[in-house]
Design a protein around this ligand. Structure first.
Ligand code: C5P
Length: 230
């Protein structure tokens, strides 16, 4: 299981200061839309030059040609993980995978099934389907289209692997090393939950960058992940 640090801080300086203190740790840095729009591709290079791999969380959603060409540009940035919306549909997902297939080095492509901000009623109104059923349907679509995995809640990871393939990757946000600090997350899980769910990647943001000592907190999390029994 690999740790992804969500880089959701307000300024470039704050992001770089945090990363400076975490140099040498084996973690992926999750750069989302906000930081990418603000700082651009050069920011990605800067982080890579500090020795970190990048999870570029852009959640792309467009027509097949636009998706495939945008993914190619992202691949050229040398990122490790990239997200797109499963609801872009099979033709777009297939076009993306065809585009990256021939590359010497390509990012792992992960599908976002349903945004966790959608509730049951909104899912019914948008897709005329129950939420869990629709999320699983989209996860299977990602698998059948050749994607490497999905972003999902820690509570869906096992079901998705059972319905697809144990090697189909799951990346789970909302992980709390200390369950009392849930912030605005609704469905949080512990490191043990993530391990039980066989999550391949976990995303942790505030518990690290808001910690008194982010370096010590990161060291403890990585240490816990290495132990068979948390
Ligand atoms: O600070 P925290 O650990 O809650 O950060 C989690 C990160 O994962 C944030 O960047 C958030 O946007 C992202 N995320 C999430 N839930 C999802 C998808 C992404 O919390 N379903």
């Amino acid at each position: 299981m690999q740790l992804c640090l969500a880089l959701d801080l307000d300024s470039k300086r704050a992001c770089l200061d945090l990363l400076e203190s975490l140099k040498g740790f084996k973690l992926l840095v999750k750069v989302g839309l906000r930081a990418f729009v603000r700082e651009g591709p050069s920011f990605i290079k800067e982080i890579q030059n500090m020795g970190f791999k990048i999870f570029l969380d852009l959640k792309l959603h467009d027509i097949p040609n636009t998706m495939a060409s945008a993914v190619l540009e992202c691949a050229h940035l040398g990122v490790e993980l990239l997200t797109l919306h499963a609801s872009s549909g099979a033709p777009a997902l297939l076009a993306v995978m065809e585009q990256v297939q021939g590359l010497k080095q390509r990012p792992k492509i992960l599908g976002v099934t349903l945004l966790t901000s959608l509730d049951e009623a909104q899912c019914q109104s948008l897709y005329n389907a129950p939420l869990e059923q629709h999320a699983l349907h989209l996860a299977k679509l990602c698998y059948e289209s050749g994607l490497d995995g999905v972003v999902c809640s820690v509570f869906e990871s096992l079901v998705i692997k059972e319905a697809t393939n144990p090697k189909f990757l799951t990346l789970t946000p909302g992980i709390r090393p200390n369950l009392q600090e849930v912030q605005d997350q609704k469905r949080v899980g512990s490191l043990q939950d993530a391990k039980t769910a066989k999550a391949d990647f976990i995303v942790i943001g505030r518990p690290i960058y808001q910690a008194k000592d982010p370096k010590e907190t990161t060291a403890q999390i990585l240490e816990s992940l290495e132990h068979a029994n948390l």
